[in-house]
Structure formats: C-alpha cells, structure tokens
Design a protein around this ligand. Structure first.
Ligand SMILES: CC(C)(COP(=O)(O)OP(=O)(O)OC[C@H]1O[C@@H](n2cnc3c(N)ncnc32)[C@H](O)[C@@H]1OP(=O)(O)O)[C@@H](O)C(=O)NCCC(=O)NCCS
Length: 176
C-alpha cells in the first residue's frame, strides 16, 4: 500500500526486495549512533526486517518504506508511530547515509506532519531525539516543535529529549 508521496519520495509498505538496503542501513554505525548507539549485526537486521517490517505498515501508523523515486530505491523508513490514549503520534525517520544532507528528512517530515493534522485529525505530533542528534533536533525546530521533557536511560549515560508540535502552532505557522 502507498500511504504518501512527495516530490522526491514515496512511502509504501515494506517489500521483500527492500531487505538488503534495510540491512545495510541498520548495520551502519553512523545511522544507529543516536538510535540505540550501535550498529545492528546483520542477523539482527535481517530478523527485524522479516518479523517487524515486511508487509508493514498495513495502514496509517508505523514506519513506511521510503523510496527515492528518481532511483526507484529503498533509502529508509519514516512515519508516525501509533498514538497512545491521547490524540498524538510520534514522528520517526531513518535514512541511509548516502542520502543525508539533501533535505529528504525535512521533506518527509513535512508530509507526515501535514497528514497527522489533516487526514488523521490529530491534536499533536510528538518526537523523541537523543541528545547530540543535532540534525534531527534542527528539523524539529524548523517545524516549530517545542521541548517538553527529558529522560535519562539509566546506566547508559544517554539522554532522550521529548518534543511536541501542537495543532495550533502548526496552523499558526502555516498562516504566517
Ligand atoms: C537525522 C536524519 C534523519 C537527517 O536526515 P537528512 O535528510 O540529512 O536531513 P535534512 O537534509 O532534511 O536536514 C537536516 C537539517 O539539519 C541540518 N543539519 C544536518 N546535519 C547537522 C549537524 N550535524 N548539525 C547541525 N545541523 C545539521 C541541516 O542543515 C538541515 O537544516 P536546514 O533545513 O535548516 O538546512 C539522518 O541523518 C538519519 O537518518 N540519521 C540516522 C537515524 C536517525 O538518527 N534518525 C532520527 C532519530 S530521532
């Protein structure tokens, strides 16, 4: 299923042909630096792909296979993780390293934020980012996300910052 499309990107369910690129992305220590801290071993990446990504998402929530349209290639996964009891959802994005620095995460984020507030009628979009992930924090800042709180992962010296973008702020910026 195709969930969204932007100028350069297409977001669809994961297919078996995506596995090699998915594995290559998650076995890259630079990609995993602020999302767990370590490259996944190949076996872990393969089993995660087969058990948690293949055929998914089926609708709406989850991380969608992200295809770079001009090359017809899987380059990452992006999406909104399911909201809890309140009306929010958490924005997530992962891109393979050769595709960093081209504004693709910004393009993807814009599309998912717009979908959250229009198509899905949510009240807010959340995001959590490990301290030090400056590129990711920069993207959230550009869209008007506000810092909410932080959590320390005990024993690992890692700090996760939580952000949120309220519908009112999103509307205000669109009108500006
Ligand atoms: C974080 C990530 C998604 C960014 O993707 P990207 O496509 O390179 O991001 P973009 O090109 O859209 O832009 C990022 C913004 O941050 C800025 N930026 C990039 N690297 C930066 C850095 N090291 N320090 C400060 N700003 C930085 C860019 O200039 C850009 O800002 P601008 O739009 O105002 O010019 C990508 O690096 C990635 O997939 N990392 C691994 C997984 C990950 O950490 N995911 C996020 C988990 S919260």
């Amino acid at each position: 299923m195709i969930f969204l499309e932007t100028e350069r990107l297409l977001f669809r369910s994961h297919e078996s042909g995506d596995e090699a690129d998915f594995v290559s992305m998650h076995t890259d220590a630079e990609v995993r630096r602020y999302v767990g801290g370590q490259a996944w071993p190949v076996e872990k990446a393969q089993s995660r792909f087969r058990e948690q990504y293949l055929g998914r998402p089926e609708e709406t929530y989850g991380l969608w296979a992200t295809v770079f349209k001009e090359a017809g290639k899987y380059i990452g996964c992006c999406g909104l993780r399911a909201p809890g009891e309140e009306l929010g959802a958490s924005l997530g994005y992962y891109f393979a390293r050769p595709y960093w620095g081209r504004g693709l995460a910004t393009e993807a984020s814009r599309a998912f934020i717009n979908a959250a507030f229009t198509r899905l009628g949510l009240d807010r979009v959340e995001a959590d980012v490990e301290k030090g992930n400056t590129a990711s924090e920069h993207i959230l800042h550009n869209f008007g996300f506000k810092y909410v709180r932080r959590e320390e992962i005990r024993g690992r010296g890692r700090i996760i910052n939580f952000y949120e973008l309220a519908r009112g702020e999103w509307q205000r910026r669109r009108g500006a």
